[in-house]
Design a binder for this molecule. Structure first.
Ligand code: SAM
Length: 223
C-alpha cells in the first residue's frame, strides 16, 4: 500500500540527516539510503524536504539530550513514537546497551522500514522492538523511562499530546510565530503560555537555524 503524505514525511527527515552530515555518524542510514531510494522513494512524490536544516538541527539536539539521559544509566526502556526511518537506535549504540528500544509508527511505515532492514541484511537485535499503531487512535506510551517523538506531535491533536505525556518525553514543536502551514494535516502550533500546559512541566530548548525562533525541542514531564 502506498504511504500517505504524513507517512512519507519520514523520508524527508531521513534524507536530510544523511545529506547534511551533522552530528553523530550514521552508517546504517548510509546503507539503507540506496535501498529506500530504489525501492520506495523514486515513485514517491510526497517525500518532503530532503535537505531541511531544521530537521537536522533538531535531530542533533535530540541525540545529545537522549544521550545525556542514557549516560545516567537509569534509562532501561525507551519509546520512539512516530519513528519513521529514524536510525537513532544505531547512532546512539543502543544495540550495545541494556535498554529496551520500542519503535512505533503506522503499519505501512514499519513494513517498509523492516523490508529495508531485511533487504540490506541488517539484523535486528533482541532489544529493538517494533510496534505498529496509529498513535492518535490506539497506542498511548505509558510506563517507559523515556519517550521520544521527533517530527510527530505537529501531526497529532493538541489534546492528545497534552494528555499523553505519562513519562519524561523529548519532542520538537513549531511555535505560534510560524506563518506557513505544513499541508492540511498539520494539527497545531505550540504556545508555551497556553494554560493547557498547566499539567506538564517543560524545559524549552531553542535551536539555531532559519526557523529557530519557531522550532524548539522540549523536555516535558507530567506534573
Ligand atoms: C516527520 S516524520 C519523522 C520520523 C522520525 N521521527 C524522524 O525523525 O526521522 C513523522 C512520522 O510520524 C509518523 N506519524 C504521524 N502520525 C502518526 C500517528 N497518528 N501514529 C503513528 N505514527 C504517526 C509518520 O508516519 C512519520 O513516520
Amino acid at each position: 500500500m502506498p504511504l500517505s503524505v504524513i507517512q512519507s514525511t519520514g523520508f524527508g527527515t531521513f534524507y536530510s540527516r544523511i545529506n547534511r552530515r551533522k552530528g553523530l555518524p550514521d552508517p546504517v542510514a548510509d546503507i539503507l539510503k540506496p535501498y529506500l531510494r530504489d525501492n520506495y522513494t523514486t515513485q514517491d512524490k510526497n517525500r518532503g524536504a530532503t535537505n531541511d536544516p531544521v530537521a537536522i538541527d533538531r535531530s542533533v539536539c535530540m541525540d545529545e539530550l537522549i544521550q545525556k539521559e542514557i549516560e545516567g544509566g537509569k534509562i532501561k526502556t525507551i519509546f520512539n513514537a512516530g519513528c519513521g526511518f529514524c536510525t537513532r537506535y544505531w547512532r546512539l549504540g543502543i544495540d550495545k546497551l541494556d535498554i529496551e528500544w520500542v519503535e512505533c509508527d503506522y503499519t505501512n511505515v514499519l513494513r517498509c522500514k523492516l523490508d529495508a532492514y531485511r533487504g540490506c541484511n541488517i539484523k535486528i537485535p533482541k532489544n529493538y522492538i517494533f510496534m505498529s499503531s496509529d498513535l492518535q487512535k490506539s497506542c498511548i506510551p505509558v510506563g517507559f523511562d523515556l519517550c521520544i517523538a521527533e517530527g510527530l506531535f505537529v501531526w497529532l491533536e493538541k489534546s492528545f499530546v497534552i494528555n499523553n505525556i505519562h513519562q519524561k518525553t523529548i519532542f520538537d514543536v513549531i511555535g505560534i510565530k510560524r506563518t506557513t502551514v505544513i499541508g492540511k494535516e498539520q494539527k497545531w502550533l505550540f504556545d508555551e503560555n497556553e494554560d493547557v500546559w498547566s499539567n506538564v512541566n517543560f524545559d524549552l530548548i531553542q535551536r539555531v537555524g532559519p526557523e529557530s525562533r519557531e522550532h524548539r525541542v522540549i523536555i516535558a514531564t507530567p506534573k
